[in-house]
Design a protein around this ligand. Sequence first.
Ligand SMILES: *Cc1c(COP(=O)(O)O)cnc(C)c1O
Length: 225
Amino acid sequence: MEAAENYRRLREEIPEYVTIVVAAKTRTAEEVSAVVDAGATDVGENYVQEGMEVKGALGDSAGRARWHLIGPLQKNKVNKALATFDVIQTVGDYEIAEAIDKRVERAGRDVVPVYLEINIGSEATKYGLRPDYGLIEGLVRRISRNLTHLRIEGLMTMGPRSGDPEDLRPYFRRTREIFERLRDLDLPGVDMRVLSMGMTGSYRVAIEEGSNMVRIGTAIFGARA
Ligand SMILES: *Cc1c(COP(=O)(O)O)cnc(C)c1O
């Protein structure tokens, strides 16, 4: 399978400390399964329903990967998300954080790792926190104080769309600065260790700017239909 081969080649190219999340949106369970069989450790899905279906279809081998929600989460999907995903990368406001926190125990879990999604380009069309450090620190402190079933483990960002990955460098750099400041607060329930940034077109620049988790779809599966 070409996707399996692409994954292996990427895994050799990308430094070991960088986690590769296989961005599986629109791909069939067969396609995802081939990449998990090739050794993929982490799979990302944008939609709760699609994630449930693909993970369900993988059966036992699904357990070999960690499952990440990498698309926005609606409140009415939180229970299903908690039943499917190990990590939620897309917390962008207190409301959704609280909605998750409330349902963690009912999902039979103790603590759920989450990342805050930063809309680093302040784009009107994108979900996530504006890159206003004060605002972000305020949210982190509020979650740390009140929501004991969440553990903030990182930041996730997409960055503006661009043909030239060099254009994204300043956005990645800025995200890393926010990441380091939050890490240095050393708050309870906050264990800042993952910087999730970089996709097919931008992962090299993202890694140069401090990313330790890239989310890659096209370079593994080919262009989406
Ligand atoms: C689709 C997607 C990716 C991967 O994009 P590619 O360019 O196909 O590698 C990464 N992150 C998120 C949030 C996505 O929706």
